[in-house]
Design a protein around this ligand. Structure first.
Ligand SMILES: [Zn+2]
Length: 170
């Protein structure tokens, strides 16, 4: 059993148990969102994007390094009572490009989408360049072009490759 998953019988069921275990996990949520197929070890990045930290009072379950047919190991985050905004999903795609987002209402999956990497993200990340126009008092929303291995500020050209979650501005 996975002690950290927070639910009773979500633990891996060994080889071939992936799909049934998967369905079980989803059925445990009443209303909310399941973010599935996060690359193993990246659940904390997703939580940071969503502003969920040790001070949260949201009901969140996290499965880390769960066996997965597709990814080898994956992380799963379940959030009760919250549906994600498009902006949040776009930023999640930057740290978890294989993720799928399941919207749950009354225990049913009413919507299931793979995340798509956008070509640009607006108003979500902050530019680390202090001289960038977006960091001054002007009401200029940030815009970053999404690269294969990071993002580039469309105003000053600064590239962020590591620790994107340090630059989240939501
Ligand atoms: Zn900039």
């Amino acid at each position: 059993m996975n002690e950290y998953d927070g639910s009773e019988d979500d633990a891996d069921e060994g080889e071939g148990g992936e799909e049934s275990a998967h369905e079980l996990r989803i059925s445990k949520i009443h209303n909310g969102t399941v973010i599935d197929h996060i690359a193993g070890g990246h659940a904390p990045d997703v939580l940071a994007i969503l502003g969920i930290d040790s001070a949260t009072d949201e009901v969140v379950s996290i499965g880390m390094n769960v066996p997965s047919d597709r990814l080898g190991h994956k992380d799963v985050v379940k959030i009760e009572g919250r549906e994600l905004s498009q902006d949040e999903v776009e930023v999640i795609s930057l740290v978890a490009p294989a993720a799928s987002i399941n919207i749950i209402r009354e225990y049913d999956v009413i919507e299931k989408n793979r995340v798509e990497r956008p070509s640009t993200v607006e108003g979500v990340l902050s530019c680390p360049n202090r001289n960038c126009i977006t960091t001054e008092d002007e009401p200029v929303a940030t815009r970053f072009e999404v690269l294969d291995d990071g993002v580039r500020c469309l105003y000053c050209g600064t590239i962020i490759r590591r620790r994107l979650t340090d630059h989240i501005d939501v």
